[in-house]
Design a protein around this ligand. Structure first.
Ligand code: GAL
Length: 414
């Protein structure tokens, strides 16, 4: 048999290339830094490592992700994009349009994602027919969380109308109890605002005003009524609400300092992390009114050089949509799986309600994208709305002035 003697240069090249491929790796930018969030993202880190991956964590604190998105822009502009980023909704399309996302269709097609996801979720993960993001979960935004003991001690049921909410809050204030735990940050004001808009105006109004940006809906008497309710609720928060992180507001409900919090079900991740049980220590109910505001977290892979990173992206995409991750992560995170074939047997009553309501509202056409959490609009438009909402909440601006400012801000953002 003929023996081949490699030249020194070839030998070096082969050694170098073998040395170069050390295995899947990924630097992951995300903003899951609270107790419940950190426990959840640890599930992915552990699975990635168990599959030979090297995870470099890039957490950017700041609920809602505004700070994380600022960090992302800086990294991409400097030509040094992270391997994978917690990115969702229309922002995925915006980054795709910049030509900086990696195509993960090979994984998505091999794993049959098209058959495993509701069409509305799959649509957010696709860019011009390719797959450009991997969905992690379905969070519901329009929830009220309550301290069970406070409600029971004050003879209060979970409110099913905003009038009932206001009456309960008045009863609690008279008893010296903070009715509404709230963090005074723009994205949290926006979160409360969109649940009020959905409840006061209804799903059709929400769609017209906050998804279609219809000028008539934005300047309607209904929108005035939404800001009227926001003004009433401003009176239900404690004096130290400004700047409070969302999970510290959740902690106020957990420890009996306040009765209610209006927040997406990532708040449930905090109750769970604190060892509390739904129906026993805390209560969950959708905010008054019909409809369901969805918020789907996902990871987008950025176009990066290097076999290790590209292998890391393929592994991450596969794991994120894997059955085990979809169950274990969401049990910790407070959300429900994005995959439709994951059993909910291990999920609690709040998650069961969320899944049932997601199915029924999808059927009824009232399953709607959260504007406050980046599922409905591009950044310029959602930011314009949020600026007005938080300005109104933190001033004595009249509802009429807020409505006019809203219409102007949206028009100027186009
Ligand atoms: C949302 C995000 C959730 C949760 C929340 C608080 O935008 O989708 O996963 O992290 O912010 O940070």
């Amino acid at each position: 048999m003929k023996s081949y003697v490699l030249s020194a240069a070839s030998a070096v090249a082969i050694i170098a290339s073998n040395a170069a491929y050390a295995g899947p790796e990924a630097e992951v930018l995300h903003y899951w830094t609270s107790g419940g969030e950190a426990r959840s993202v640890a599930v992915l880190q552990e699975e990635f490592a168990a599959n030979g991956g090297t995870w470099t964590d890039m957490p950017v604190a700041g609920g809602g992700g505004d700070a994380a998105m600022t960090a992302l822009r800086a990294r991409v502009l400097s030509g040094n994009a992270p391997t994978a980023v917690q990115l969702k909704g229309p922002a995925i399309q915006e980054w795709y349009a910049e030509g900086v996302l990696a195509d993960i269709s090979a994984v998505a097609e091999a794993e049959g994602w098209a058959d495993l996801l509701p069409a509305s979720i799959a649509a957010h993960m696709q860019c011009d027919g390719t797959w450009c993001a991997a969905p992690v979960n379905v969070h519901r935004v329009d929830w009220i969380w309550a301290n069970a003991e406070i409600l029971s001690a004050n003879g209060i049921e979970m409110p099913t109308t905003w009038e009932e909410f206001n009456a309960a809050a008045e009863t609690l204030m008279a008893a010296g109890i903070i009715p509404l735990a709230h963090g005074g940050q723009a994205w949290q004001d926006a979160t409360v605002f969109e649940t009020v808009a959905l409840g006061v105006g209804g799903p059709e109004f929400y769609q017209q005003a906050l998804v279609n940006l219809d000028p008539e809906a934005l300047t309607s008497d209904t929108m005035v009524a939404v800001f009227d309710q926001m003004r009433i609720m401003r009176g239900f928060v404690d004096p130290n609400f400004s700047g409070r992180d969302w999970n510290l507001a959740t902690a106020m409900v957990m420890n009996g300092e306040a009765a209610f919090q209006i927040m997406g079900d990532w708040a449930k991740g905090e109750f769970i992390a604190g060892g509390q049980e739904p129906g026993v220590d805390f209560l969950c109910a959708s905010t008054p009114g019909d409809g369901y505001l969805y918020n789907v977290d996902s990871f987008a892979m950025f176009a990066v050089e290097g076999e290790d990173k590209q292998a890391g992206q393929a592994l991450l995409a596969e794991l994120v949509m894997g059955q085990n991750f979809q169950e274990v992560f969401n049990l910790n995170k407070g959300s429900i799986p994005a995959r439709t074939d994951v059993s909910l047997d291990a999920f609690d009553s709040c998650a069961q309600t969320s899944a049932a309501d997601m199915a029924s509202t999808s059927e009824a056409g009232t399953l709607l994208p959260s504007y406050a959490h980046g599922m409905a609009l591009f950044g310029a438009q959602s930011g314009a709305i949020t600026d007005v909402v938080t300005a109104h909440f933190n001033s004595d601006m009249t509802s009429q002035d807020a409505v006019q400012m809203l219409a102007d801000a949206v028009a100027n953002s186009m």
